[in-house]
Design a protein around this ligand. Sequence first.
Ligand SMILES: O=c1ccn([C@@H]2O[C@H](COP(=O)(O)O)[C@@H](O)[C@H]2O)c(=O)[nH]1
Length: 236
Amino acid sequence: MDKRLIVALDYDKLDDVERLVELLGDAVGYYKVGMQLFYNVGTAAVDYLRRQGKDVFLDLKLHDIPNTVAQSAAALTGLGVSMFNVHAVGGLSMMQAAAKAVSETAAQLNVTRPKLIAVTVLTSISGAEWAALGYQRSIRDQVIHLAQLARQAGLDGVVASPQEAEQIRKVCGKEFIIVTPGVRPQGAALNDQSRVATPAAALAAGAHYLVVGRPITAADDPRTAAMAILQEMGAK
Ligand SMILES: O=c1ccn([C@@H]2O[C@H](COP(=O)(O)O)[C@@H](O)[C@H]2O)c(=O)[nH]1
């Protein structure tokens, strides 16, 4: 089972999740539970996926003061997910507090420590939107800066666009996890994504994990769509 493909379960209902996971079967071993699903069904989706033997990336993008994020990260560590995230713009102290909370809680509970990664710059942000936000650095330089900060804080990796993966890999090394949403097969609708690449290009740039949602979930035949992506990834 190839675990480099993470399918984003952006649904309101657990029924929809169960239908897709059943349809994709053994072809997909890693799923992403984001805000939409978590706020609708709570931990039920995580529990269901764990019972099915799937890995879970809990994409809640924690962003608050260090104490609040650390306490929240401790709570998420007990859920049995493989990976979850914070926003890097929460700052170095926030990321350090989260990393400490995850390690300490995993040790206390005697569970495997989930990977903790940081969102850099959302893949939906275009050059024009970036300019309107008023940052001095380019998107790329900001992503690299935040990736280095996340690494300094002891995090395991980052979420970034495939367009920045190669540079992150160079600067942060090959062990540092790079998770890339913004993945679109050739000719697929971009939806609200801006900084995109194909599955093959994302992997060639050095991404460890590709997050794909609507190109699969909104396809007429989600299984065929997922299999085509896996084939492009060279999945065995
Ligand atoms: O920068 C980011 C961070 C997270 N995401 C999430 O990934 C998926 C992408 O779904 P698609 O349907 O393939 O666009 C979605 O759940 C986002 O919340 C992201 O796109 N960009």
